[in-house]
Structure formats: structure tokens, C-alpha cells
Design a protein. Structure first.
Length: 661
């Protein structure tokens, strides 16, 4: 498609001065880059305002809030469905957010009234930019009343992609704003929005006469027909009513927009989601609702309540209950697939056949090697290893966009238990974080002290005992950015020996993993003496302070949280040092590497640098309390990339490379 983004640039630059107090302006973009709005808000707008863009795979509200606060995001770019998920989470976590503020309350007053929500998002966050689908007025009002700016715009792929935009600080409720400079908008007699301007495409790129891609629809006066129905007020603001092809025309000739009916339905208790489509009966089109209900909800009572709130021509004439999970939506923009829903209704509501990737059983099939699985199948019968349980939990979270409590997941006894856990909405799960990861050890005062300590006494003391011969330094020159150092484990001196062998520029940005279970008395003091707890805690804080170490759970819950923490570390430019054997070797022989290194490297998509240690166990054996000076060997291999989902096989690749050094 050929289009001109100059009008977009002119419009955005008008607001650049408003961004100065928020610099550096950081955007969190939750839209797919295949969508023009998402692409524009990722590659066009941020550079125009000297901003930065962050991306995440997760649509889970916990992850979104954590990322907004930790990365000091200013603007969230998303579709209305994301705002709805965040609202559901907010109203459960902070019940006061359900209540509207008093009339005439000031912006500072709103911030104070809803301070817990602002605290969760971080004080740098101030705006939502919403597009790609209609925004329900009640959802817009929910976030506006708490003091956040909700900025809507309107556009299409063929308009590069902005047609109208709201002023960031003068938004109009329910409106998608006024046309940007250089763009003309007209409302046709039938309500369709027509657009003309230099941003409108002149055609699609390299299409041939036999292409299935239709030409853009222009009339004789050069107006582009958008296919959207809208209205315009006296101030020139545009209000979107719906898609022309989705509009339902009643036998009386009146227009019904599905979004208006869905808004009423979704506001009723017992309705999780709904879709409204037009169903042809004879020569007439009728309003039909497809409902996703909460357990125990009464369909007839819901229809009566909805019809009492609708105008006569909008009233629902038929309804179906959708019982096979969520309603079908498009990826990324989360728009309802109305054609598929209409076809389902017209087919007599046959059971929906889920795709091979949609069901819990299909995900379990990756771990059961063709065995039959039913709700009564126990997880013990499946024989899942601890790593496979972690893989399954993460796969379920990715597929169903939820967040599972690891403690509850570990207690699930059967496939039916897992189904119940997955079916519970993410916003109502009280998810506990089982690991308390340190962040204080990366503050600048600690980093300065640690760097001075390494240079003045830690590295010299280590070299006095471990006379290292370092091989493979040339591979370290290839490192540009964070990596995972994967080494065999021989001694408590492994970490200082490896750090001493690294160049100072890399050494200063390494975070070693240490077994959380080694510090059990610190994390779980019950059952230990005060002396043991004190000694164990001191050792933990010294390791975290002087080596930037962090706890890595090996046999306890916390795998997902560990991946998140490690991802945050690497996002900040830190490399990770990990010992995939999981324990020290008493003989110096290399034990099998555990699959966690494969999962970590594959999911984070970062290079792995294999490291081999020899002789460190003779300097400080696992049974010795004092070190004995002696020669050691540290060999670095070439960085390697691990891709795939067979984490055990990926770990075996790293093990092989380490042994070959």
C-alpha cells in the first residue's frame, strides 16, 4: 500500500511541546506490528517525539502493570479489550476504584483518591492511547475519572493510518477527535465516513489485475469510502457508530449497531462476554445475541434486563449461549470474528471445534507422547518431570493469557483441576510471588562499592589462590549485549574465578545465580535457630552485595517469576552466570545439565557462552573449609543460540559444548 505519513508527522509535532515534562517519553505498545495502528505507534510516532518503545508478549494484567511501573512507561498503546482486562484487575485489587469521585473534584484530588492505582502504574504513567476497535463510553469514563488521559483516534490502513485524533489534554468523551491537518472528512447521507487528503493511499503496491485484493473505494469526487458509520458534531468531532457491513437493518428500516447492544449486555451481572449479529429469518434481519455466561447465570433473566434497557428497534429477538471458552477474536486487536459467530448460529449452534492449539488436552499432548487424556487423568499418571510441569504452566499462561498461582498449580491433581484453574479469570486469582528477588544490589551506590571491591581486593585475592589459565578470550570479544554464561560447577570459588577471568567491562555487568535452597534458613527461618538464620542471612546479603547474585529456585515454585526477573536483568543490560548442573561436583566430573538452561535461553532468545572450569575443586573442595592455592583452567566457548521447545535437548547441547572445551 502506498500512502503519505507527512500529515501524521505535522499533527504529532504540534503536541511535541506537551511531552517535554514526561521525557524520556516511553511507550508500551501492545498492538501487533502487522496492524497499521500498532506499526505507526511503534515506528512513526515515537521517533517524532524523541520517545522509546517497549514491547511484551503478555496481555496478562499483572505483567502489564509490572512492566509499566518497572520501565517507567508514560503511555500505554492498546485496544479497548486490554483496558477492560485492566479495569477488571483494578476493581478487584483496589475496590475504591469502582466508586465515582465527587462532582467537581480536581485532578490532584483524583490522583489522591485513586493513589493505589497510580502507585501500581508508577507516577510517570499518565495516558492510554486506544484504537483499532470502538471504545465503550463506560470504559473510557472509568480511566478518565481516575485522572488518566484516554486518547482516541481514528484511521485505517489506507490513511497512513490516522484520520482524526484527540488533543492529549482536551479529549472529548466518546469522540475519536477532529480531522488532522490536510485531511477532509465528510459524513455521507447513509452515515458512512468519507475521507479525502494527501495521506490517503493511491493504491496497493504491486497488485495485478488478477489479485484478490480490491482497489480502494473512491467515488467520482475523490472521496475514500471507509466502510465505517459515524456522526459529526458542531465542533467537528467525529463519533464512530460501527461498521457498515456489520450494521443490522430491522424490518422497520431502522439501524442497529451491534456494539450498542453488546455494551448493555456486558454491563449486566452474569455476562462474561457477548456478541451481537444479524440473523436472517425469511426476508427479515433480526438482532441475535451470543452470550458467554458466568456459572449459574439465567439467560432469560439477562435478556429481559437487556431488552428493558434497549430501544424498541434494538431489542434482542433471539439468543444463544457460547459454552466452548472465549468468543473468537482476532489476534492482537481482539476484534470479534462476527462472520464466524454468525455462521455458528446459522449452523444450528453445532459444537465449536477448537483448533489444535486451543485446548488444554492439545497442550498436554506435547508431554504425553500420544496417550489419551481426559479430565479424570491425574498428573501423576502423566509422569511429568518438574521441568515439564514448569513448561506446561508457562504454555498454559501463554495460550490462555492468564496468570497461574504456582502453588495452586503444583497442588493440581488432575487434568480437571487444571481446567478449573485456567478457567478462573486472571484478575480474580490472588497470585503470590514465591521468590523475593533483590533489586537493591543494582542501585548505583552498591554498584560503585562492588566495582571498587572487585578491583582492589576480591579479584586480587581470588587470583592469589586460583592461578588461572584463561582460554577462549577471543570469544568474549564477540559479546555485544547480555548473554548467559553456562558453566560446570566445582566449588564455591567458581563465581569469583570466572569473574576474575572476564574483562572488567563484562565483569561489571554479570549477575550470578545461586541456589535458593542453599539459603533456606534466610528465606524460611521457621525451624532454624537464630544463629543459623543470622549466619545464613549474612552470607546471602554478602553474596548479593559483592557479587550481584540472585536466588534461583531449583525444587520450589518460582520458575515463571525467575524468568521474568532474569528477563528484566537482561533488559537492563546484565548478563547471567548459571551452573546448569544444579550442584557442585565432588569428583570434578561434569554432571548432566538440567533443562532450565534450555528453557531460559530459548524463551529469552539470548546467546549462551559455554564455560568450562578445571581444577577449582582442588583449590576449594566442597568438603573443605579453607582454600589451597593451585592452578585452575577457565575456557570460554563461542556464543551459541538455542531455539526450540525441547529444553532437555537444548541443555544437552550446552553440556556437550562445555565438555568439548
Amino acid at each position: 500500500m502506498l500512502a503519505n505519513i507527512v500529515p501524521v508527522e505535522r499533527e504529532v509535532l504540534k503536541y511535541k511541546k506537551y511531552a517535554r515534562p514526561f521525557k524520556p517519553l516511553r511507550f508500551l505498545n501492545l498492538l501487533p506490528l502487522s496492524h497499521m495502528f500498532g506499526q505507526s505507534m511503534a515506528t512513526n510516532v515515537p521517533p517524532m517525539v524523541e520517545g522509546a518503545v517497549f514491547f511484551t508478549r503478555s496481555f496478562n494484567p499483572h505483567d502489564i502493570l509490572r512492566l509499566i511501573k518497572s520501565r517507567r512507561i508514560s503511555v500505554l498503546v492498546c485496544v479497548p479489550k486490554i483496558l477492560d482486562v485492566l479495569r477488571e484487575h483494578a476493581t478487584r485489587a483496589w475496590p475504591e476504584s469502582k466508586e465515582a469521585p465527587p462532582q467537581g473534584i480536581s485532578i490532584p484530588g483524583r490522583w489522591w483518591r485513586y493513589r493505589h492505582v497510580h502507585s501500581a502504574l508508577g507516577m510517570k504513567f499518565w495516558a492510554f492511547v486506544v484504537g483499532a476497535a470502538p471504545l465503550p463510553p463506560d470504559l473510557e469514563e472509568f480511566w478518565r475519572r481516575m485522572g488518566f488521559a484516554v486518547i482516541q483516534g481514528y484511521g485505517l490502513t489506507e490513511t497512513a493510518p490516522i484520520v482524526t485524533l484527540n488533543h492529549p489534554f482536551k479529549t472529548s468523551k466518546g469522540s475519536v477527535g477532529t480531522p488532522i491537518a490536510g485531511v477532509d472528512v465528510r459524513i455521507a447521507d447513509d452515515g458512512e465516513i468519507l475521507v479525502r487528503g494527501e495521506n490517503v493511499t493511491s493504491g496497493y503496491y504491486q497488485t495485478d489485475p488478477g489479485s484478490r485484493i480490491p482497489d480502494p473505494v473512491f467515488d467520482s469526487e475523490g472521496w475514500f469510502h471507509t466502510g465505517d458509520i459515524g456522526e459529526r458534531d458542531e465542533q467537528g468531532r467525529i463519533f464512530i457508530k460501527g461498521r457498515k457491513k456489520e450494521m443490522i437493518v430491522t424490518p422497520e428500516g431502522l439501524n442497529v449497531f451491534p456494539e450498542d447492544v453488546e455494551r448493555v449486555l456486558n454491563g449486566l451481572g452474569g455476562v462474561r462476554d457477548s456478541a451481537v449479529v444479524g440473523i436472517t429469518q425469511g426476508a427479515e434481519e433480526r438482532v441475535h445475541a451470543v452470550l458467554v455466561l458466568e456459572p449459574g447465570a439465567d439467560k432469560d433473566a439477562i435478556l429481559r434486563a437487556a431488552n428493558s434497557a434497549l430501544q424498541d428497534h434494538q431489542r434482542i429477538r433471539g439468543a444463544s449461549v457460547w459454552t466452548t471458552g472465549d468468543l473468537p477474536r482476532t489476534e492482537g486487536t481482539r476484534k470479534l470474528k462476527r462472520a464466524a459467530i454468525r455462521e455458528w448460529v446459522q449452523s444450528g449452534e453445532r459444537p465449536v471445534v477448537a483448533s489444535s492449539n486451543d485446548t488444554l488436552e492439545s497442550l498436554l499432548g506435547r508431554f504425553t507422547h500420544g496417550r489419551d487424556v481426559s479430565g479424570a487423568t491425574t498428573l501423576e499418571e502423566l509422569g511429568l518431570s518438574s521441568l515439564e510441569r514448569v513448561e506446561l504452566m508457562i504454555a498454559l499462561e501463554d495460550r490462555f493469557q492468564t496468570r497461574l498461582d504456582e502453588a495452586r498449580f503444583s497442588q493440581a491433581a488432575s487434568v480437571a483441576d487444571l481446567k478449573q484453574l485456567v478457567a478462573q479469570p486472571a484478575a480474580v486469582q490472588d497470585v503470590e510471588e514465591p521468590v523475593d528477588f533483590p533489586t537493591w544490589n543494582r542501585t548505583w551506590p552498591v554498584r560503585i562499592i562492588r566495582r571498587l571491591s572487585h578491583a582492589t581486593w576480591i579479584v586480587p585475592l581470588c587470583r592469589a589462590f586460583a592461578w588461572a589459565r584463561v582460554e577462549g578470550r577471543e570469544h568474549l570479544r564477540e559479546i555485544d549485549g547480555p548473554v548467559i554464561f553456562a558453566a560446570n560447577h566445582q566449588s564455591h570459588m567458581d563465581v569469583p574465578v570466572i569473574l576474575a577471568a572476564l574483562p572488567p567491562r563484562i565483569r561489571a555487568r554479570v549477575a550470578p545465580a545461586m541456589a535458593k535452597e542453599f539459603f533456606k534458613a534466610h528465606f524460611f527461618p521457621e525451624g532454624f535457630t537464630r544463629k543459623t538464620v543470622f549466619t545464613n542471612s549474612v552470607n546471602y546479603y554478602l553474596a548479593a552485595f559483592y557479587f550481584n547474585a540472585f536466588p534461583l529456585p531449583q525444587r520450589e515454585a518460582g520458575a515463571r517469576q525467575t524468568l521474568t526477573y532474569v528477563g528484566d536483568l537482561m533488559g537492563d543490560g546484565w548478563s547471567i552466570l548459571i551452573f546448569p548442573e544444579g550442584e557442585r561436583s565432588a569428583t570434578g566430573d561434569i554432571k548432566p545439565f538440567r533443562g532450565g538452561i534450555g528453557m531460559m535461553a530459548s524463551r529469552l532468545d539470548v546467546p549462551v557462552v559455554p564455560v568450562r572450569l578445571d581444577g577449582v575443586d582442588r583449590v576449594l573442595h566442597m568438603k573443605s573449609k579453607m582454600a589451597t592455592p593451585g592452578p585452575v583452567r577457565v575456557a570460554f566457548g563461542a556464543p551459541m543460540r538455542l531455539r526450540g521447545e525441547d529444553y532437555a535437548a537444548l541443555a544437552a547441547q550446552v553440556e556437550h559444548r562445555v565438555k568439548s572445551l
